[in-house]
Ligand binder design. Structure first.
Ligand SMILES: O=c1ccn([C@@H]2O[C@H](COP(=O)(O)OP(=O)(O)O[C@H]3O[C@H](CO)[C@@H](O)[C@H](O)[C@H]3O)[C@@H](O)[C@H]2O)c(=O)[nH]1
Ligand SMILES: [Mn+2]
Length: 574
């Protein structure tokens, strides 16, 4: 079925000016006639401005550090000998750690894509993209937020038949399921509205927040009606939250709820898999008659006696299940609190993967984590500004950024290893969708991974709280590159921690997790050193030694003060 049936020109075919290179099975497929001289790259990489000035500055800081070391080594305060030696230790540590951080500054690069060239060369002959949205708890992650994220990625400017969105619900919540069901209906209005008016961003809530009333008259009427539909949906979801499934109304009668009949608890239930929109079904159309992206709900099986491996376990179940439904060669992973803020991101990313010269070495494209709820003074530094606007550009200069769990596009085959992708795909035609679901359920069962390499050699790695970083590192160690893409119109916006306890919990988890990586089999030092560039090893070490920093910091901030109480100064008199 071709999308030419669609009455609205905005959601349809991009013009194709030259013969496309067909994309078959693998991202690496080249066409030899591309190797001619007229080749123009789909992306470019530029060195950051001011790097020479930075290098001078950095050299001067280093000279300063050496002066401090020399001073400390030659001036031992007789009254506070032990204290001085400790200060020397702390200053040596700080100096060495500072040297590591230079990996984040020294060689920064910026990336730019050429999406017009992508459209010219490939038209709509683009690889399928599977989008995994993860949620785990309907109280901490309210279903309305989750479906806003889902709707924002369903509305990507991308051929809908090539787009499949999977919601992994580790909370196994029938409310989240209900909300998704509602979203699948609302999407039929929302997606054409976005495409018609080129809405940015495409999370309904963010859009309604950003538009003022004095809107162009042509859009004000459609805006009002889509807003009305949205609020009606919101009310129904609120009602369902209050009264559960007892409040009988339309979608609550959906047969899919019977899957909850055997549900014991969040940690004890069967696999629940529902294909809410089957993108291959010619009947799955929006109100303008355009095709819709596939939409799938998955709550993998959970049993108290089986460890579920948190997000990594959820992602691995999604990788398997999606391989039997859409099997998109590109996988985007987003947390449910992080909506797409840029409808062009998929096309941007394909500029990297499909670049005929350099695309074949790229395993993943990571966007920064940006946030929409930062407080004015950002007391706890939740904006992660230095990481996003500095550090990761530096890592990119040395072979590529880390994988940080959300806003990251992977190539499916590098994520899951060849053993699994080699298996043949279920033929979609001829399988009724419900039959298909039953056969796939097993892939999301607790026991499927027993005696397999899942969580080790295949898929995301288990056993570390930062499954993302260790997975990305091991991919890079296999010789792959990654790309950091930080466009002006941010790709994703999420929810930052705004209170001290939230910030502490998060930092503790990250610093502990990164420290565990340092001691693990995949340590950047003993595993990475011979496999990735030295600059990248240093870059990883900045995070891996982050936790260790606390000893020198505590010493430096407490001990000199205690010595002062005894009238001994550990710092030079000025
Ligand atoms: O058993 C679980 C636990 C969590 N999640 C989901 O995983 C995501 C991240 O979990 P969260 O508790 O929000 O952790 P954060 O510290 O905010 O996450 C950051 O750090 C994690 C570890 O590095 C990364 O996985 C995340 O993508 C990154 O946003 C969320 O969408 C959760 O819904 C699951 O799917 N299953
Ligand atoms: Mn989070």
């Amino acid at each position: 079925m071709s999308s030419t049936l669609c009455p609205s020109s905005v959601c349809c075919n991009y013009p194709k000016k030259s013969k496309p290179i067909l994309f078959r099975n693998t991202l690496i497929s080249h066409s030899s006639d591309m190797a001619n001289n007229s080749y123009s790259p789909l992306f470019e990489t530029k060195k950051a401005k001011g790097s020479l000035i930075y290098k001078f500055f950095s050299a001067s800081v280093f000279v300063g550090i050496i002066f401090i070391w020399v001073y400390r080594a030659t001036h031992v305060n007789e009254d506070g000998k032990l204290g001085s030696i400790g200060m020397l230790g702390a200053e040596l540590w700080f100096g060495l750690y500072w040297i590591l951080t230079q990996a984040h500054r020294w060689n920064r690069v910026h990336r730019q894509t050429f999406k017009d060239r992508l459209s010219q060369r490939y038209g709509n002959d683009l690889p399928g993209v599977d989008i995994f949205v993860c949620t785990a708890d309907p109280t901490i992650e309210p279903p309305m937020m989750v479906i806003n994220t889902v709707l924002s990625v369903m509305a990507y400017d991308f051929p809908p038949e090539k787009l499949s969105v999977y919601l992994s619900d580790d909370g196994g919540s029938d409310l989240t399921f209900y909300a998704l069901l509602e979203a699948s209906q609302f999407a039929k209005h929302w997606i054409p509205y976005c495409k018609k008016f080129k809405v940015e961003p495409r999370s309904p809530e963010a859009h309604f927040r950003s538009v003022s009333d004095e809107f162009e008259s042509s859009q004000s009427q459609p805006l009002a009606s889509v807003k009305k539909l949205y609020h009606e949906m919101e009310n129904r979801i609120e009602l369902a939250k209050k009264h559960g499934r007892k409040s009988k109304s339309g979608l609550l009668e959906h047969g899919g709820f019977s899957d909850w009949d055997s549900f014991v608890s969040q940690r004890d239930h069967d696999t629940i898999l529902q294909i809410l929109i089957d993108g291959r079904d010619a009947e799955a159309k929006d109100v303008e008659g355009c095709r819709l992206p596939t939409l799938v709900y998955l709550a993998r099986e959970k049993r108290p006696q089986h460890s579920h491996n948190f997000k990594a376990g959820a992602m691995n179940a999604l990788i398997r299940v999606s391989s039997k439904i859409s099997n998109g060669p590109v996988i985007l992973n987003v947390d449910c609190d992080m909506y797409s803020n840029n409808s062009q991101s998929v096309r941007d990313v394909l500029c990297f993967f499909l670049d005929e010269e350099k695309g074949h070495e790229i395993a993943f494209v990571q966007f920064p984590q940006n946030f929409h709820n930062l407080t004015k003074n950002d007391l706890y530094g939740s904006s992660l500004k230095v990481i996003a606007d500095m550090d990761f550009h530096g890592l990119d200069g040395f072979g590529g950024p880390m994988y940080i769990g959300t806003g990251c596009f992977h190539r499916r085959d590098t994520l899951c290893g060849k053993k699994f992708t080699k298996g043949s795909m279920f033929e979609w035609s001829g399988n009724s969708v419900s039959g298909l679901e039953e056969r796939i359920n097993e892939l999301a069962s607790c026991t499927f991974e027993n005696n397999t390499q899942w969580g080790h050699e295949i898929g995301l790695k288990y056993g570390v709280p930062v499954e993302d970083v260790i997975t990305g590192l091991s991919i890079q160690c296999q010789g792959w590159k990654s790309v950091y893409f930080n466009p002006e119109q941010k790709g994703f916006l999420g929810v930052a921690s705004t209170t001290l306890d939230q910030a502490l919990v998060q930092h503790k988890r990250w610093s502990e997790g990164d420290f565990q990586i340092l001691l693990s089999r995949y340590s950047p030092i003993w595993y990475g050193l011979s496999r990735i560039s030295f600059g990248l090893v240093m870059g990883y070490c900045v995070y891996c030694f982050w936790a260790v920093n606390c000893f020198a910091t505590l010493y430096y901030s407490i001990v000199p003060a205690l010595y002062l109480l005894r009238g001994v100064s550990l710092f030079p008199q000025v």
